[in-house]
Write a protein that binds this ligand. Structure first.
Ligand code: NAP
Length: 247
């Protein structure tokens, strides 16, 4: 088991990529704290993990845009498990529109969750990680943060910002053995991409050298590598999981 008894906090973990990461971490022996905005869903997801993998798991309601809630969840995690080894900043939203039509609200909402939310959670975990003199922070960014995408100025800015924040935090925390890395997924089959028509998905697949959209598990495997001892000399890195779509 590659994460035996590690404690992992995963935001937006009730479903999609976050839940796939949580499942793989649990399979590798980690104790899991899932945070998400819908209480019933996040609690159910945590119960499912406990039953399937026989590990301790908690499902807690948290809005990453609220620093006080992030701090509270970190305190609850420390009360329950006495440590936090891994933070996965996964919570994310889209509100796509062309710049000419994009409202201030659409811009602010995406930046608040994707970028400020990651800052809030990072700020809340870094003190206990510094005391431990160890930790892993994995920021789920996006291919769009690297190459841009028409209709996603807000989303691409949030993910590009998160890539820059990853590198700054990697430099800032390195002396305490806290490693900070990013994953930039390409187009992954989750609820977020369900809105695309079959035709759009086929068009996308034709642009991907590996000829298919990714699965949440493809991202989870990269997260496991970055959370495990196998990546102990890697920090400030952006790992693309995109089937070769952007190199
Ligand atoms: P998803 O299925 O929509 O999961 C995201 C989760 O985050 C949802 O459960 C959502 O809750 C939750 N969330 C939203 N706002 C939140 C907040 N303020 N506080 C806490 N949780 C919040 O999406 P996904 O596809 O798994 O995406 C996960 C991450 O991967 C995101 O950061 C996304 O940008 C990134 N990503 C996805 C793709 C892709 O193709 N799917 C590609 C590149 C990057 P509700 O939905 O209930 O509000």
């Amino acid at each position: 088991m590659r994460l035996k008894d590690k404690v992992a906090l995963i935001t937006g973990g009730a479903q999609g990529i976050g839940y796939a990461i949580a499942s793989l971490f649990a399979r590798e022996g980690a104790r899991i704290v899932l945070c998400d905005v819908v209480q019933e869903l996040v609690q159910k997801s945590a119960r499912d993990l406990e039953q399937k993998y026989q590990v301790a798991a908690a499902g807690l309601k948290m809005d990453v845009t609220q620093f006080s809630q992030c701090e509270e969840i970190v305190n609850q995690t420390l009360d329950k498990f006495q440590r936090i080894d891994i933070l996965v900043n996964n919570a994310g939203i889209t509100k796509d529109n062309l710049v000419m039509r994009m409202s201030e609200q659409e811009w602010d909402a995406v930046l608040a969750v994707n970028l400020k939310g990651s800052f809030n959670c990072t700020k809340a975990v870094v003190r206990p990680m510094m005391k431990q003199r160890s930790g892993r922070i994995i920021n789920i960014c996006s291919i769009v943060g690297l190459m841009g995408n028409a209709g996603q100025a807000n989303y691409s800015a949030s993910k590009g910002g998160l890539i820059a924040m990853t590198k700054s935090c990697a430099r800032e925390f390195a002396s305490r053995e806290i490693l900070v890395n990013a994953i930039a997924p390409g187009f992954i089959r989750t609820r977020m991409t369900e809105a695309l028509s079959e035709e759009q998905k086929q068009k996308l697949a034709s642009l991907i050298p590996l000829t298919r959209l990714g699965e949440a598990e493809d991202v989870a495997k990269a997260a496991l590598f970055l959370a495990s001892d196998d990546s102990s000399y890697i920090t400030g890195h952006v790992l693309s999981v995109n089937g070769g779509m952007y190199m």
